[in-house]
Design a protein around this ligand. Structure first.
Ligand SMILES: Nc1ncnc2c1ncn2[C@@H]1O[C@H](COP(=O)(O)OP(=O)(O)OP(=O)(O)O)[C@@H](O)[C@H]1O
Ligand SMILES: [Mg+2]
Length: 324
């Protein structure tokens, strides 16, 4: 099957200046995203996994230009969206949506559900009458498994799963083609998680959506992703088709994540026990491979040179000198 490219991301970097100084060499930056290059294909779910602080949310925000990348390019449908001005970006806003971790904080508690879902329509669908909007909102609610009874109620009256459905209804209101889901089910109980993931999958089929699905929970990522990208300290360690990554992980970091999940223990990768040693401070990344301080296979070379992300085969890339 021919895959159609939706995004081509080239060497994207996002550095946060956290200590100002007159001289460049005295300034201190957090390299939250440190030169990522990858593709996203139409209709797929690209899972993004990695420990807390590895740059997942920063990447998501930069993809949607909610934050300006430090450098690099993000080519969306053939056009570099880095550097587009506000007006040019406004048009693209409709096509790209963000669904956040905590549905409660992403809804204004003082607004009714109808007003919350209406927000993007008020901004972008000035052609719609009020009646058309209401009917459309009812339709959206039905799509996400809710009824029109909820229209005039307030966010605090709903469970976490219901709130997430409302946020999803708002997220798809403008018919986006690309949605970043950032820990969208992490706050939910496991059974509700599965329901919301199934809803997202159904919506994907129905509306030909493309997802970038961010999570620190490898089980969730495995369940929903076509391909998986493993991040560590702002770098891609490995990227492969989901089944391939689980069957044939090549990077020592990916291997340890997967071993942990298949051991059957109920652990999330933010838990400290996952790997020996702490994740280094992003301010003190040494030369060489970012994973060298914790890698059981590290050799001299890994402390001197940074391994590039290289093709293992057509669909599997890994950044490790000793992948084979
Ligand atoms: N606005 C900011 N200013 C300074 N540093 C920031 C800012 N936003 C993020 N960072 C830093 O960038 C790094 C990546 O953060 P990010 O939130 O992208 O990680 P994450 O992978 O989403 O983590 P989590 O799993 O905890 O959500 C962290 O070291 C974080 O402290
Ligand atoms: Mg995050």
């Amino acid at each position: 099957m021919d895959k159609k490219l939706l995004f081509e991301v080239k060497d994207i970097k996002k550095y946060f200046l956290i200590k100002k100084a007159k001289k460049e060499e005295d300034k201190v930056y957090v390299k939250a995203v440190d030169g990522l290059s990858f593709e996203i294909y139409e209709g797929e779910t690209l899972g993004v996994i990695g420990e807390s602080g590895c740059g997942k949310s920063t990447l998501g925000r930069n993809m949607l230009r909610l934050e300006e990348p430090t450098s690099g390019s993000i080519i969306f449908k053939g056009r570099d969206i880095v550097g587009l001005d506000k007006r040019q970006m406004l048009e693209l806003r409709k096509e790209m949506q963000f669904i956040f971790q905590d549905p409660h904080s992403s809804m204004n508690p003082k607004l009714t559900i109808k007003d919350i879902i209406s927000e993007p329509l008020d901004n972008f669908r000035k052609d719609m009458t009020n009646e058309q909007k209401t009917n459309y909102i009812i339709e959206l609610l039905e799509i996400v498994g809710l009824t029109k009874d909820v229209l005039n109620r307030y966010p605090h009256e709903f469970s976490g799963g219901q709130k997430q459905r409302i946020v999803i209804a708002r997220g798809i209101a403008l018919n986006p083609s690309f949605v970043v889901c950032d820990e969208s089910v992490s706050a939910l109980d496991v059974s509700v998680q599965a329901q919301v993931i199934n809803l997202l999958k159904n919506l994907q089929k129905k509306f030909s959506l493309t997802y970038m699905f961010i999570s620190h929970d490898l089980r969730v990522i495995k369940h929903i992703s076509d391909r998986i990208m493993v991040l560590y300290l702002g770098n891609i360690m490995e990227i492969a088709e989901s089944n391939e990554l689980f069957k044939n992980p090549k990077h020592p970091y990916t291997k340890s994540l997967i071993n942990l999940v298949s051991s059957g223990e109920k652990v999330k990768i933010n838990d400290k026990q996952i790997l020996k040693g702490e994740i280094p401070s992003p301010l003190q990344i040494s030369a060489g491979c970012p994973f060298n301080t914790r890698c059981p296979q590290a050799q001299d070379k890994c402390f001197k040179e940074k391994p590039l992300l290289e093709d293992l085969n057509e669909t599997h890339k890994v950044a490790c000198f000793f992948a084979n």
